[in-house]
Design a binder for this molecule. Structure first.
Ligand SMILES: *Cc1c(COP(=O)(O)O)cnc(C)c1O
Length: 294
């Protein structure tokens, strides 16, 4: 698959003699956007192989993973069930009404119950309720997801640094696995202080050429700051590239801030991965009366 990579121009890049590229995997599919496409690919093939007809997964009410899974499952002829954290709010937001349109059955659980999503007791209860299903964990993150995300990079992606936004860490793990040894992969967690993140990534990759930078989560996963919103809008005006405010906006803000602070040696080239997530901007626009690009 040919995926577009664009070079970003910015006075700062010229001043610091840095080249910055963005790989647009957000454009890979209109609804199964960015890294979620790669994470689902082998999971859906496995469900098919096991002849299981129902895909069950977990997510919050604005989850990119829920939106992507609902579409991909439907397209491949599966039924899907989404276990959604929290109580139902009507009318459904854009993410959940999209999921419903794709035939996803939405089942709401309390935050407390949701926290048990990995426990076998909870999963057994779900099996009693829904019958046999193929389970994809929250965020779509498992071994088969990493097999998929290993396909994000190709042999032409030879930049010195690769930058990627992080939720559960499975996308960066696949990227690290397929990176060259002399490249450095830098992850920007969108979530504050997830203690298990480094451990999880270490369990999914044997390589050491990666590092997390925890300075650009903007307080919390879905916390929105004026500075970040302003950045996303300005970036869109100048480059005609929409970023999402939860993941890729924070990453790109971080990259440019690090360039400003001379983090990257002069003459470096950087490849940022646009992991998608733009459907999430709809929910933010709706909640905060904003006009983020989608
Ligand atoms: C889900 C998501 C991520 C995080 O991916 P992980 O594999 O969970 O780290 C990053 N960016 C976007 C846009 C996403 O939707």
């Amino acid at each position: 698959m040919k995926i577009k990579t664009q070079e970003i121009s910015h006075p700062l890049l010229k001043e610091k003699e840095i080249q910055l590229f963005i790989k647009r995997i957000d454009l890979i599919h209109p609804f199964v956007s960015g890294n979620k496409y790669y994470k689902l690919k082998y999971n859906l093939l496995e469900a098919e192989k096991q002849n299981i007809k129902i895909i069950l997964t977990f997510g919050g009410a604005y989850s990119n993973h829920i939106a992507a899974t609902s579409f991909a499952a439907n397209e491949k002829g599966f039924n899907s069930i989404g276990i959604i954290r929290g109580v139902e709010t009507l009318p459904l937001n854009d993410t959940l009404s999209f999921a419903k349109q794709n035939g996803m059955e939405l089942h709401y659980v309390s935050r407390q119950e949701y926290r048990q999503k990995h426990s076998s007791d909870f999963i057994e209860k779900l099996k009693d309720k829904f019958g046999d299903f193929y389970l994809i964990p929250e965020g779509g993150s498992n071994k088969l997801a990493i097999k998929g995300t290993q396909e994000i990079l190709d042999k032409n992606n030879t930049q010195h640094f690769i930058c990627i936004a992080i939720g559960t860490g499975s996308t960066i793990s696949g990227i690290v696995n397929s990176s060259f040894e002399n490249q450095k992969v830098i992850g920007f967690p969108a979530i504050k202080g997830s203690e298990d993140l480094e451990k999880d990534i270490s369990s999914w990759t044997n390589k050491q050429n990666w590092k997390l930078i925890n300075d650009y989560h903007f307080g919390a996963y879905a916390k929105i700051s004026e500075e970040l919103i302003g950045f996303v809008i300005d970036f869109y005006d100048k480059n005609n590239i929409p970023l999402d405010a939860i993941y890729t906006g924070k990453m790109m803000f971080g990259i440019l801030d690090l360039i400003k602070k001379d983090y990257f040696p002069k003459g470096s080239s950087i490849l940022a991965i646009h992991t998608g997530g733009l459907q999430g901007n709809k929910g933010i626009n709706e909640r905060f009366k904003l006009n983020l690009p989608i």
